[in-house]
Design a protein around this ligand. Sequence first.
Ligand code: DOR
Ligand code: ZN
Length: 358
Amino acid sequence: MLRLPGLIDIHVHLREPGATHKEDWDSGTASALAGGVTMVLAMPNTKPPIFDAETFAACLQSASAKARCDYAQYVGAGPGNAAAAAALAPQAAALKMYLDMTFGQLRLDDMALWMPHFAQYPAEYPIVAHSESRSMAAAILFAALYDRPVHIAHISLREEVLLIKAARQRGIPVTCEVCPHHLFLSQDGALAGYGNGEPLTGGRQEVRPRLATITDVQALWENLDMIDCFATDHAPHTLAEKDSSNPPPGFPGLETALPLLLTAVHDGRLTLDQVVEKYHTNPRRIFHLPEQPETWVEVDETARYELRAGEMHSRCGWTPFEGWPVRGRIRKVVLRGKDAFADGIVTAPPGYGKNVRG
Ligand code: DOR
Ligand code: ZN
């Protein structure tokens, strides 16, 4: 049996408030534990978005009653809330800025609106940017101009990883994450050697950033050294919504990330040390997260099976990796000294999870 530290997923959408038919603090944190994730950082693009003291407090109230794993909540950057967001910094996971089109209302188009956030949000916490391609270049310029850390969410393109490399060589404080779906899926189907032979179709392919070319996917694998974190961007939408005429973008990911990564370890694409570094150590360091004492994940590395949404805990009811053969089954998760998940069953009750910024 392999023993890993509790995984920390810095990019998770829990949909509460506003869309609890997709997920809530209970189902989303159950999904986390079933995936070996003992701490989630929850995104602010809920309905309403989390952007001031009032919305933040209401969200934390649900979290404290319902979360099964540990957590922190992001505050979202809006057009007029730089001071309010900065005041919440010690209680927040970090500041999230949406600089490109995606799901939800939070978006900052005009770079003049970025400035007060960069000026006021305390530099001991990163600003996390949803920024693709050239808006990513702009976010890196802001990191340099304001000399403060910026973390780029879900990089997906060759040009992005190459630019991050160039920025780091010049000492610009930029870090980044990649999602498993951008490592294992391209716009033309699964990475060679993976998958169930059936491509995603219709609304099920919709995700932001979009699935990229196989050249982009290969560039991410070739530059893994430049990638600080694995994060799922767990973005649950129901299957009915995904198959509708107006499908929202997003994939669930909490229960598929570790088995996919362990399969890649088996295949020699990745080392176990890199999994621990990018899914535990670096997230802790970049976001200044506390240690979770007596917390670990037990994995049967030799187990071979197929991923099935029917066995998962997310409320969304589907996975883009349905039927994929994988290696490495999570047998047990221990969180702060108590069994939280064992042999397919989440045993940590709602309310067991702690706010790590509380
Ligand atoms: O595909 C996505 N879904 N990308 C995002 O940036 C947001 C997310 C969501 O909230 O559904
Ligand atoms: Zn996201």
